[in-house]
Design a protein around this ligand. Structure first.
Ligand SMILES: O=C(O)C(=O)C[C@@H](O)CO
Length: 313
């Protein structure tokens, strides 16, 4: 049973835009049929939009050909029902720009990109970061979301983010998932003004209420329970903060469990348990969840009547 009918999304994009997992079969091969069911579930669960090929999509275990297969399969299947953000992160300015052009041509609404990094130590100075985003910005017309995440190990100051928004017309969205996200969102909105079209929360919504209070207009969560996140975001945007706070407190144990105990596999476990997908496999060397952790996740999801557990039954 769908949570709410989706309306044709227009900019500024707002609401819950979860990351879709990449679906594999038990042998670790792409399962594109399962991928389509996963996307249908996520839309039925109330996603205002969907992000693909992100870290929670295991982008780092995919070949370039597989990235393209997933991107085209998802964009064709979504067929404009919701906006799709395609992650195109790559260390090389040219490769990131080429991936982004491809995503735009295929119908992506936006690209999401981390600053250039490789492994734990390869970084570029601020000049290189600005030049990287200049190349990317010049290659496409759709909006760019900068993913400000600890995984990139590149501190992005508020001043730098505001400068990028000021200098490049399509750098408009900022997903802040570093420590102190709410304070950073607040400072960014103040520094960037109307250039900051989308100040967004991330990291499984672990800091969602504080981020909404700071002015976040979107949340990029895990893919397992947009229905729960909608219960927080909808009243908040309707001016009913107390109702949103109560919903946040209701869903926080599950959000916390996903964030601290499970990570990217949480949504796959929920989708598999509810018959959305056949296999919750992550690609080796990523590891399955310990059965006790799995049981703990499903207990919390069941207590909250998460749609994922009912959707395919
Ligand atoms: O997949 C990513 O890159 C993420 O940052 C995931 C996060 O937004 C889920 O809350």
């Amino acid at each position: 049973m769908p949570v709410a009918p989706q309306q044709k999304a227009q900019r500024p994009y707002r609401g819950v835009f979860p990351v879709a997992p990449t679906i594999f079969d038990e042998r670790g091969e792409l399962d594109l049929e399962g991928q389509r069911r996963c996307i249908d579930f996520m839309i039925d669960a109330g996603s205002h939009g969907i992000c693909i090929l992100a870290n929670f999509s295991e982008q780092f275990v995919l070949t370039d050909a597989e990235r393209e297969a997933v991107m085209h399969a998802v964009l064709e299947h979504v067929a404009g029902r919701v906006p799709v953000i395609v992650t195109t992160t790559h260390f090389s300015s040219a490769v990131c720009a080429a991936r982004s052009k491809q995503a735009e041509a295929a119908g992506a609404a936006m690209v999401m990109v981390m600053p250039p990094y490789h492994g734990a130590t390869f970084r570029v100075p601020e000049k290189g970061i600005v030049e990287f985003f200049k190349v990317l910005s010049g290659a496409i017309d759709i909006p760019i979301m900068i993913q400000d995440a600890p995984v990139a190990g590149t501190p992005l100051s508020v001043e730098l983010l505001a400068r990028l928004a000021r200098e490049f017309a399509n750098i408009r969205y900022f997903k802040i998932e570093v420590a102190g996200a709410a304070a950073k969102l607040r400072s960014l909105i103040e520094a960037g003004g109307s250039d900051i079209e989308g100040p967004w929360d991330g990291e499984e919504a672990i800091t969602l209420l504080a981020d909404l209070d700071a002015g976040a207009t979107g949340a990029m969560t895990g893919g397992g329970y947009a229905d729960g996140i909608r219960q927080i975001i909808d009243p908040y945007f309707a001016g009913k903060r107390e109702e949103a706070k109560a919903a946040y407190e209701r869903w926080l144990p599950l959000i916390n469990y996903e964030n601290r105990q499970c990570g990217l596999i949480a949504c796959k476990v929920m989708m598999q348990a509810g018959g959305v997908i056949k296999s919750e496999a992550v690609r080796h060397p990523l590891q399955p969840l310990h059965p006790a952790t799995r049981a703990g996740l499903l207990e919390l999801a069941k207590e909250r009547d998460a749609l994922a557990l009912r959707w395919g039954r």
